[in-house]
Every structure is written in C-alpha cells, then in structure tokens.
Design a protein around this ligand. Sequence first.
Ligand code: NAD
Length: 255
Amino acid sequence: MGDLGKKKVALVTGAASGIGAALVRQLTADNCEVLGVDLNEEGLTKVAAETGCEILTGDISDQEFNETAVTNVSDLFGSLDLLFLNAGILGRKIELQINDLTPDELDPSQYTKVRAINFDSVVFGTLAAAPLMAANNGGSIIATASIAGLAAWNRDPFYTATKHAVVGWVRGIAPALHAQRISINAICPGGVATPLVGIDRLQSANPNLLEPEQVAKAMIDTALEEGTGKAFTVKADHEPVRQEYHFTQIEGFPV
Ligand code: NAD
C-alpha cells in the first residue's frame, strides 16, 4: 500500500470476511482508524481481536443502520476519510451456478433481498456518509461491484443486475459528490478466493482466483487517487491486476 499520509479514518462494510477483512487488515496495518461493519458478529469479533479495529454489527441493507454506522464512526473518530461499501451476496447459490439458470429459480423475494444488500446499501451508505465527509474536507468512497457489473454473468442475473446498478450509481452520482470534494469509484473484481465463491472452488486452487488481499490493495490504491466516477476491473490474469474500464461513448450523451 502507498503512504496514507495523515492518519485516516475508514469505514468498511462486510468486514467480517473475505475482501472486507483483508481491507481492515491492510488499513489498520497502515495506521488508519477503522470501523468494521457486518451482520456476522462472530467474524467481526475475530477481525477486531486480530487488528484492533472498532466494530458494529448490523444489516447494511437498512437505511437507518447506515446512518447509525456513520454516527458511530463520527462519535469514535470525529471524521470519515475512506468509505468501503463492500458487503454483498450472490443471487444464486454458488453450487447451483455450475448449471444454467432455470425460470423456476426466478424468485421475487430473492431478487428483493439481493438488491437490498448489494445495491440499496451502496446508495444508503453513500448518502449517510457524504455530509460527514463534506464537513471534513471531503473523502473517498469505493464500492465493490464485480466484473458482473460490466459483463452479463447469466448464471446469476439478480447479482448481475445489482452490480450493474452499483456501477451506474457510482458514475451517476460522481459529479454531485465531486462538488463536495468526495470521490466515488467502483471496483469490479473477477473471482476472488473468499467464502462467497464456495469451499470447493477454494480447495481447487483455481489459478484464476484473486486473493482478497489483492482486491483490498486495489481498492485502497483507488481510494487514494484523484479520479472519480470510474470503474476498475481487478483480474487475476491481468498485468497490472487493476485496470480502468473504458465505457463506449454514445453520441450525444455523456460517457
Ligand atoms: P464474503 O462472503 O467473504 O464477505 C461478505 C461479507 O458481507 C460477509 O462477512 C457477510 O456477513 C457480509 N454481509 C452480507 N450481507 C450483509 C448485510 N446485509 N449487512 C452487513 N453485512 C453483510 O464475500 P467477499 O467475496 O469478500 O465479498 C465482498 C464483496 O466483493 C461483495 O460485494 C461481492 O459481491 C464482491 N465480489 C466478490 C467476488 C468473489 O469472487 N469473491 C467477485 C467480485 C465481487
């Protein structure tokens, strides 16, 4: 990780596992104050014992909980510099994703749940944090989307739709936040070796899986840069692993 300069304050969602836990480890190792948020209290407690981060248990799909988390970080540290909106779930069990989707799997209540956790949380998190960031000279927001936010992962269309929505939110809201000295960018990883992708794939030592630490580093590097409204792929077979994704311009419309 690069030099973070002045001691920074970070909030990480999905901090109990995978990419979020790797973010907390890297941020605390670099002397940041960190509040880790997750539904999984047991996992959070372990991460806190290991890293010394502060923790808060709750459901990030709930708007009020996002406001509580920001109040909590403000009460603990007085400001917020870096916000990692990272928690997420699949729309379809990983063990089913070896097969094509069948129409009887298209369950509206599952859609609502996946949308709330993967997308509503990113909107609520952005809106809850922006006033505190703006009051303290701005900040940086990174949302964990996915390659499925740029390409159609048709084994899991609910997931694909919510991750496209995350990229759309980042690109659409960036100019308004820029006026408050807040940047927002999306990170779009390919497969990462975390519990989300299932234990079988983890044990298969698939060389195309990223390590969560690689994604965490890409997120922190992006948070410390100047740009906003961008999407970056992070792929195991890319060199460098993080690359800006360039959208096609449609004549007469913004990029
Ligand atoms: P993970 O399952 O290891 O971690 C996700 C964390 O989010 C868990 O600790 C879980 O408890 C938490 N969470 C789930 N719902 C929540 C809620 N309602 N409120 C609070 N916390 C909640 O998975 P991961 O791979 O580290 O995933 C992190 C992000 O990366 C997700 O947004 C995921 O979609 C994205 N992503 C993962 C991969 C991959 O291959 N693992 C690829 C691309 C994108």
